[in-house]
Design a protein around this ligand. Structure first.
Ligand SMILES: Nc1ncnc2c1ncn2[C@@H]1O[C@H](COP(=O)(O)OP(=O)(O)OP(=O)(O)O)[C@@H](O)[C@H]1O
Ligand SMILES: O=c1ccn([C@@H]2O[C@H](COP(=O)(O)O)[C@@H](O)[C@H]2O)c(=O)[nH]1
Length: 304
């Protein structure tokens, strides 16, 4: 019900998808121009007089008409091939970015990494992201932006046209369409930046490949990702405990199971994507809160 187009395609390794799509498109373009060259070559060949001194055997008119047909055929093939090439070029991650402004190829990010530093904080539901971010804020004066908190605030905001949609996605453990979340983050970062704040922990985001690509393209490339590794049974225990008082729509066993599945299927590919860029710092989170914080400090001390 909440599946969006392109999900299957996104399951393939990103690098190979980009590579294969670019390879195909380049090949098709090359093939298109090769056909034009072949047509030109054919035309040159048929216009040349035989070099044995004999007269051409066919009439001028017939030969011109045949040449015309061949050129037309080759021209059509070239045009068709170019169209195929353009369609191949569409088949890259940006195909899944729904909002026009997010698709603009030449769009520069609003901030450079020198102006604004963003650390993504990822980990399974209940792994302790929010808890550890609070400690980092105390000690390093980061601005903590939790994508989940921003969505819940938008859901609760009077007059929000997205309220019921957000509630549905959150209860189902699904990822809210990126346009909403990226926009909320963009506004929050911009507002803080206007007040002179430049260091951000973006918690629980990006949860899906399209978000990762859009955020880095439209707002700012991330510095690195802090990733909390935690066994599922530990996270389950913590969330059920939190659910006794949190009042969250998704801290119940039904939603928690769905969130775990979404985490594995949809969010882990994001971690793998950044890992390939050597931009992931992993922290073991199955220890008491202060011990985990010790791991966090040790892991990031040379990176902030
Ligand atoms: N190291 C820890 N040991 C025991 N309990 C913890 C630990 N870290 C966090 N908790 C508790 O587990 C619950 C979940 O923690 P927290 O809200 O920080 O996780 P989260 O990763 O931000 O979750 P979500 O993604 O669902 O928002 C909280 O009740 C918190 O107090
Ligand atoms: O980028 C995001 C982040 C979160 N969501 C939705 O919110 C809930 C709760 O997130 P927490 O980080 O656990 O507070 C999550 O399960 C998603 O449904 C999102 O859609 N996109």
């Amino acid at each position: 019900m909440f599946m969006r187009p392109g999900v299957k395609w996104l399951r393939l390794p990103l690098a190979s998808r980009i590579a294969s799509s670019r390879y195909s498109s380049t090949n098709k373009t090359v093939r298109g121009s090769m056909l034009f060259s072949m047509a030109r070559f054919h035309s040159q060949q048929t216009n040349r007089a035989p070099n044995d001194g004999s007269k051409p055997t066919t009439s001028k008119a017939k030969s011109a008409s045949n040449r015309g047909k061949v050129l037309l055929l080759l021209g059509l093939l070239a045009v068709g091939s170019t169209i195929v090439s353009i369609n191949y070029q569409k088949n890259d991650p940006e195909e899944f970015l729904d909002e026009k402004s997010f698709k603009e190829v030449d769009q520069k990010s609003i901030f450079t990494p020198d102006q604004v530093s963003v650390i993504f904080v990822l980990g399974g539901p209940g792994s302790g992201k929010g808890t550890q971010c609070a400690k980092l804020v105390e000690n390093h004066h980061f601005v903590h932006l939790s994508a989940g908190d921003l969505l819940r605030a938008e859901q609760a905001r009077e007059g929000s046209k997205y309220g019921s949609l957000i509630k549905k996605y959150i209860t189902e453990g699904q990822i809210v369409p990126q346009e909403i979340t990226v926009q909320l983050l963009k506004q929050a970062i911009q507002a803080n930046y206007n007040e002179g704040k430049t260091k951000f922990l973006v918690d629980g985001f990006p949860r899906k490949m399209d978000q990762a690509i859009t955020f880095e393209k439209v707002i700012v490339p991330s510095k690195f990702t802090l990733f909390f590794e935690c066994p599922e049974e530990v996270m389950l225990r913590r969330l059920l405990e939190r659910g006794k008082t949190s009042g969250r729509d998704d801290d119940n066993i039904g939603s928690i199971k769905k969130r775990f599945k979404t985490f594995v299927d949809t969010s882990m590919p994001v971690v793998e994507y950044f890992e390939k860029q050597s931009k992931v710092v992993k922290v073991r989170c199955n220890d008491p809160i202060d011990v985990v914080y010790g791991h966090v400090e040790a892991a990031i001390k040379d990176k902030i």
